[in-house]
Design a protein around this ligand. Sequence first.
Ligand code: NAD
Ligand code: ZN
Ligand code: ZN
Length: 349
Amino acid sequence: MQALTFGGKEVIEFSTVNDPQLLHPTDAIVKITLAGICGSDLHVYHGRETGLDFGTIMGHEFTGIVEEVGNDVKKYKVGARVLSPFTTSCGECYYCRIGLTCRCEKGNLFGWMQHGHGLHGAQATYIRVPMADSTLIPLSNDLNEQKGLLLGDIFSTGYFCADNANIKPDTVHVVIGCGPVGLMTIIAAKHLGAETLFAVDIIPERLAMAKQFGSVTLNAATENVKEEILTASNGRGADSVMEVVGSDQTLKLAINLLRPGGTISSVGVHTAPNFSFSPSEAYDKNLTYKSGRCPAHHYSEKLLREEVPQRYNIENIITHQFTLREGANAYEVFDKKLDNCIKAVLLTE
Ligand code: NAD
Ligand code: ZN
Ligand code: ZN
């Protein structure tokens, strides 16, 4: 089959590799119909994650059709349309039972191979999905592939971020970062009832989309963000700040914008060894800080049950579509935000 494989720092190769095989009776093989490129893939792309095996198939966002199932797979038959969270989960361990499926004791991240262990990713013709019954989620006919793909990672992540932000009417909320995940966070925050919702970025096209999704936009490069937030909150500061970038500067900005007793909800993947604010700043703000990897299986099921993705045009953020063969170019366009790229997906045929 064809796949995009990791060839070293900023090297994505369009490769011919062996088709995946069933390794356990609970595995399924899924034929990919749509694969996404995620901001998190860029950490790998830029070589920031050390030790990822060369030849690892990239990617963890996908929808597909079940091609083959092991003997112990009960829930899925060949031909079923499915979406998948970006991690596998067993459905039975302590963490799965409390809804923290991203920390499943047997779980793994797709597109992550080290020393020959782990899982290959989804930017390929086929993928092997372990623990298929508890990992995969049916993609019903009223959902298109784009919505299914976004639900498996970034829409769930945006919702998780907003859900952790203690949103109430008559309060002031801020989303920092209007990339794909930030835009999903804005939709989720509005859905959860945020009335005064500010969105901060430095890219005009992204701010324009953030405005379409119902937020008041602030360009951090040209406007005084803190002053605007203080004015909107009777001088107190924001009730919550959703940090959706993953940098020292934005975490620092988040605490600066927050009122005492407020909440920072951070889903940005942070790689710094220390917080960019001090314990005393946290103390002085009576800070509540929530963060971490999104339990995407838990949220995907919840949001489908509540018919949330059906209600919003979340797929409007997909600005670019490429074939697998164009993978190297797709990564470059997505990474450098060329041609105003917000979200890129890959067609496997
Ligand atoms: P992105 O890089 O496309 O978006 C970040 C946005 O922040 C950009 O639009 C950029 O212009 C803006 N930005 C950067 N610095 C800024 C600053 N100082 N002030 C204002 N705006 C600034 O990334 P994305 O794909 O939207 O992902 C966001 C983060 O979420 C990444 O760190 C990604 O790895 C992470 N993520 C986390 C999870 C999870 O489970 N927690 C899941 C998916 C993605
Ligand atoms: Zn991701
Ligand atoms: Zn588990």
